[in-house]
Design a protein around this ligand. Structure first.
Ligand SMILES: NC(=O)c1ccc[n+]([C@@H]2O[C@H](COP(=O)([O-])OP(=O)(O)OC[C@H]3O[C@@H](n4cnc5c(N)ncnc54)[C@H](O)[C@@H]3O)[C@@H](O)[C@H]2O)c1
Length: 279
């Protein structure tokens, strides 16, 4: 496929670009932080005209685009003032959806976030493992991710042939991040804010590739986390110690994830291949 990837200069984006190219896809990579020399088209996605121009096929990349992977965003709460996060992220996603609609691109995969599951868990989750049925944004960043998912639902309602997959990524990790996991092992409260989850960027890229391959028309959201936690303490012990009143929906085995990835496994045929334990 010919695929536009937004946010291709970023932590996750760079890995996704490599992964999709490795699968043989032709990419047009957009990022305001990039340059043509690096193979990136510098586009500010908050500018609707620039986005439409690129998605419709501007001179350097003529021809029809088959899909868009939209990753560009300010990627966490607290990095810039909340209003700046709101403006940047909501406008970028709106303009990508709108340009896709105008140009007839009917396959999108977007980066949503685990924050929608109620992070930082100051209020305990309703059940463990938590899944896609929970939507509880507690920051402006997360509120925007919620509004983006909602926009995607409406765009799909307007065009029954449109396919949008929102991937609620856990905390994205590169192999070089894994040495830092040791520092969390003695205190179960340090990473309780996301139920001790993480996602290896290579597994995140694979989830995107699978979503591009298998998803049909309509909107779906998926939690994308690794199969294990960031801890050596068994997951049942962590849950009992930190969230003693939260009902468990299954017998937790070993260090298995408390962010349910059952839906992604079932629908996308995706299975995380990496773990910090073997790095
Ligand atoms: N990093 C995480 O732990 C995490 C977890 C869940 C979801 N996500 C989501 O995944 C996506 C990628 O995150 P990341 O960690 O790679 O972030 P990152 O900051 O490393 O990369 C994001 C890229 O988007 C670009 N960008 C931002 N606004 C733009 C705009 N208006 N126009 C053009 N480019 C713009 C930036 O220049 C940057 O290169 C984001 O949507 C983020 O919200 C990240």
């Amino acid at each position: 496929m010919k695929i536009i990837v937004t946010g291709g200069s970023g932590k996750l984006g760079a890995v996704v670009v490599g992964h999709l190219r490795g699968l043989g896809h032709e990419l047009v990579v957009l990022d305001r932080a990039g340059s043509v020399k690096e193979g990136i088209v510098p586009v500010d996605l908050t500018d609707a005209g620039q986005v439409l121009d690129v998605v419709a096929g501007f001179e350097e990349h003529p021809g029809r685009v088959d899909a868009i992977v939209h990753l560009a965003a300010i990627p966490a709460p607290g990095m810039v003032p909340d209003v700046a996060t709101f403006q940047n992220n909501i406008l970028s996603t709106h303009h990508v959806l709108q340009a896709a609609r105008r140009a007839g691109v009917r396959r999108l995969v977007t980066a949503s976030s685990e924050t929608l599951l109620g992070l930082p868990m100051d209020v305990p989750p309703p059940y463990i493992p938590v899944d896609e049925d929970v939507t509880a944004p507690n920051s402006t960043y997360s509120l925007v991710k919620h509004l983006e998912e909602q926009m995607e639902i409406e765009f799909c309602r307007w065009d029954p042939e449109l396919s949008v997959t929102a991937l609620r990524f856990s905390n994205v990790m590169l192999e070089s991040d894994y040495a830092g996991f040791e520092a969390w092992q003695d205190d179960p409260t340090l990473r309780k804010w996301n139920l001790w989850g993480y996602i290896d960027a290579r597994d995140a890229a694979d989830a995107i590739a699978k979503a591009l391959e298998v998803r049909g028309p309509g909107f779906e959201r998926y939690v994308i986390a690794n199969a294990d936690t960031v801890m050596r303490t068994p997951s049942a012990e962590l849950a009992a110690a930190v969230f003693p009143d939260v009902p468990l929906r299954k017998d937790l085995q070993g260090t298995e994830t408390l962010l349910s990835i059952d839906k992604a496994r079932r629908d996308l045929g995706w299975e995380p291949q990496h773990s910090w334990r073997s790095a």
